[in-house]
Ligand binder design. Structure first.
Ligand code: UDP
Length: 241
């Protein structure tokens, strides 16, 4: 496999669930180290990495009703959860020799820097992995939408969406053994057929700003390296031409 990156700058979206692997609990040591190792492999090729992490392993705003909460404070908890995950992943990455900066859309003075576009761009150019936490800073959004926003803002050439499956299928491969995987899709098909690449707002924003989305399995060997160096594996979602 070629080890020459096809991109100078990428935005990686990780779900909070990825930190927990297949284990009960919130964060699993082995899963966190596995993820950090995969990120380091790409980092060591000199690729500039922006990273958005979710909080679903800890709390999602959609749980509001079950808990009897109002949605907005529930989303605040969700955004705090992304910050916890970002701090953990930042520390794990640091132990492996990656330079990291954690920046939050919400103000957590004394714990993480507040998001600032100039500072983020400068840090990326200086070789820091910039971890964007706190989502968009607004309730009723998701970290998928955050990823499409930050990818647009930092002018990433691709949004890498790490999942537990190896791409996008025409139906749920866990339920249907005859499900077929797409190697390539257009934004229009993904949206029209409601293929759950990411949430629709995120897909629409990537289409608007011409940022391809590459969906791949983070736990499959070399999948992220292949996506970054060969634009292969998983499913690549691009514009219509
Ligand atoms: N969230 C939010 N605004 C945002 C991003 C996230 O309110 O801009 C909250 C929302 O409650 C969401 C939670 O943070 O459910 C965790 O994010 P997400 O569900 O996207 O995490 P993931 O599924 O990727 O782990």
């Amino acid at each position: 496999m070629s080890q020459k990156p096809a991109y100078k700058r990428v935005l990686l979206k990780l779900s909070g669930e990825s930190l927990k692997g297949d284990y009960p609990g919130v964060v699993d040591h082995d899963a966190a180290h596995h993820i950090a190792d995969r990120i380091c492999e790409v980092y060591k090729l000199g690729v500039q990495i922006g990273l958005v992490i979710g909080g679903g392993n800890i709390f999602r705003g959609s749980q509001a009703e079950r808990f009897g909460f109002a949605r907005t404070p529930a989303d605040h908890v969700g955004m705090l959860a992304t910050t916890i995950n970002g701090l953990i992943l930042g520390q794990v990455l640091s132990t492996k020799g990656c330079k990291t900066r954690v920046m939050s859309a919400l103000n957590f003075d004394g714990i993480v820097d507040t998001y600032n576009w100039n500072h983020a761009m400068h840090a990326l150019e200086k070789g820091y992995i910039v971890i964007f936490v706190g989502g968009t800073g607004n309730p009723y959004f998701t970290t998928d939408t955050t990823a499409s926003m930050r990818a647009s803002e930092i002018e990433a050439e691709v949004l890498l969406k790490a999942t537990k499956v190896d791409g996008i299928y025409n139906k749920d491969p866990m339920k249907y053994p005859d499900a077929e995987k797409y190697d390539h899709l257009t934004f229009s098909t993904a949206l029209a057929e409601d293929l759950h690449v990411m949430d629709a707002t995120a897909v629409a924003m990537c289409r608007e700003n011409g940022i391809p989305i590459h969906v791949f399995d983070l736990f499959s060997k070399d999948a992220m390296l292949r996506a970054v160096c060969e634009k292969k594996g998983g499913t690549l979602v691009t514009g219509d031409q």
